[in-house]
Design a protein around this ligand. Structure first.
Ligand SMILES: Cc1cc2nc3c(=O)[nH]c(=O)nc-3n(C[C@H](O)[C@H](O)[C@H](O)COP(=O)(O)OP(=O)(O)OC[C@H]3O[C@@H](n4cnc5c(N)ncnc54)[C@H](O)[C@@H]3O)c2cc1C
Length: 312
C-alpha cells in the first residue's frame, strides 16, 4: 500500500512526470500501456485489436484543461476521433474526461461541449463513455451524464466501486437504463467517502455488479482482477446472460493473457486505448496499481539500453 501511494503521489508531480514523459516514448517503455502519441497510431492499434476480435474505446490523454480555447480544442479533437473511427470502419467508441472539456471552468460550458460530441457521435451511430474522475467531480459528472442521457441513447458512464455512494448512484441512474462501466476506482480517496481495503472494494464491486446484472443496465465489467472476472463469469452463467447483453473491458497492454482468455471463451471485450503526449500521470496510475509493473519498466530500460528484448 505504501509503495502504491508513493507512486500515485509521484504521478501528481508535474516536473517529474514531464521529465519522465520526455524519455518514456524515446526509450519505448511507455508503449506497453500507451498506444502512441498521435491519433494515427491509436487508430493503427485499434485496427490490430479489431482484427483480434476486440472493440476499442479511444481516450485522448490529458486532464484538467482550464482555458475555454483549450477545452474547445479537446472537443474538436474528440469529434475528429469519432469521424476517423467511422471513416476507417473501426469497431470502437470514445472515452472522455469531463475535466478535459472545461469542468473546472464551469458546468454549463462543459455540458455544452460534451453535448456537441455526443450529438455528432449519435449521428454516426457511435457511443461516448464518460470516465469517472476524482471525487471532487463525481456530482458534476453525474449531473452532466443524467442531463445528456435524457436526450441521447449513446452515452455511458463509469462508476467506481470504492466509493460508498455508488450503490445509491446506481439506484438514481437505473430509470435511465444506461450502459455503466463498473471499475474499482483509480484515485486516492479518504476513508470518509471510500473503502480503503481491497477486500472491501472487491465486496462492493460484487454487490454493484449484481445490481448491474439485474436487467435495468447494460453492464461493462471493467477489471483485470482474476477473482472478479471469475465471479462475473459465474454470475453471467447463473443468469443465462448471453453475448450482446454485457461486455468486459480492459486497459491496453494490461493482463493481455486474461484478455486473450476472455476472447477465447467468446465474451465481448472492449479495450480502453489511451494515446497522446500527456501520458505520464495516466501511466503512473497504472504503475501504482501494480508496483510489479515498475520492474517491467526497469527491465525494459535495461534491455533497451543494452540492446536486449523489450517484452515481459
Ligand atoms: C476499461 C477500464 C476503464 C477504466 N476507467 C476508469 C475510470 O473511468 N475511472 C476510474 O477511477 N478508474 C478507471 N479504471 C481503473 C480502475 O478503477 C482500476 O484502477 C484498475 O482497473 C485496477 O483495478 P482492477 O479491477 O483491474 O484490479 P486491482 O484490484 O487493482 O488488481 C487486481 C489484479 O489485477 C491485475 N492488475 C490490475 N491492474 C493492473 C495493472 N495496471 N497492470 C497489471 N496487472 C494489473 C493484477 O493481477 C492485480 O493483482 C478503468 C479500468 C478499466 C479496465
Amino acid at each position: 500500500m505504501l509503495v502504491r501511494n508513493f507512486i500515485f503521489w509521484l504521478s501528481t508531480k508535474k516536473t517529474l512526470t514531464d521529465a519522465i514523459a520526455r524519455r518514456g516514448m524515446r526509450y519505448g517503455f511507455a508503449k506497453r500501456f500507451i498506444a502512441g502519441q498521435s491519433l494515427a497510431e491509436a487508430l493503427e492499434a485499434s485496427h490490430e485489436l479489431n482484427r483480434d476480435g476486440r472493440s476499442v474505446s479511444l481516450n485522448h490523454l490529458g486532464e484538467n484543461v482550464t482555458t475555454l480555447d483549450g477545452a474547445v480544442g479537446v472537443k474538436d479533437g474528440y469529434i475528429e476521433m469519432v469521424h476517423e473511427l467511422d471513416r476507417k470502419g473501426l469497431d470502437g467508441n470514445i472515452s472522455i474526461k469531463l475535466t478535459q472539456l472545461g469542468l473546472d471552468i464551469g458546468r454549463d460550458t462543459c455540458q455544452k461541449l460534451t453535448e456537441e460530441i455526443i450529438a455528432e457521435a449519435a449521428r454516426l451511430g457511435r457511443t461516448i463513455e464518460m470516465d469517472m474522475e476524482g471525487s471532487a467531480y463525481t456530482d458534476a459528472t453525474l449531473e452532466i451524464f443524467e442531463a445528456t442521457r435524457r436526450q441521447y441513447d449513446n452515452v455511458a458512464l463509469a462508476v467506481q466501486a470504492y466509493l460508498y455512494r455508488s450503490a445509491q448512484d446506481l439506484e438514481r441512474l437505473a430509470p435511465l437504463h444506461p450502459k455503466i462501466r463498473l471499475v474499482k476506482g483509480a484515485y486516492r480517496e479518504p476513508a470518509k467517502i471510500a473503502y480503503q481495503k481491497k477486500s472491501d472494494v472487491d465486496a462492493n464491486y460484487r454487490r454493484l455488479l449484481d445490481r448491474l446484472l439485474g436487467g435495468e443496465f447494460f453492464p461493462a465489467i471493467a477489471t483485470h482482477d482474476p477473482k472478479m472476472l471469475e465471479d462475473a463469469r459465474a454470475r453471467l452463467r447463473e443468469r443465462g446472460l448471453t453475448d450482446g447483453r454485457y461486455e468486459f473491458q480492459m486497459i491496453y497492454g494490461v493482463r493481455r493473457d486474461l484478455q486473450q482468455q476472455l476472447r477465447e471463451e467468446g465474451h465481448a471485450l472492449r479495450i480502453y486505448v489511451p494515446f497522446g503526449t500527456e501520458w505520464c500521470p495516466y501511466f503512473m496510475r497504472r504503475l501504482s496499481e501494480r508496483p510489479a509493473n515498475c520492474w517491467f519498466v526497469l527491465r525494459s530500460l535495461v534491455a533497451e539500453s543494452f540492446g536486449g528484448t523489450k517484452e515481459s
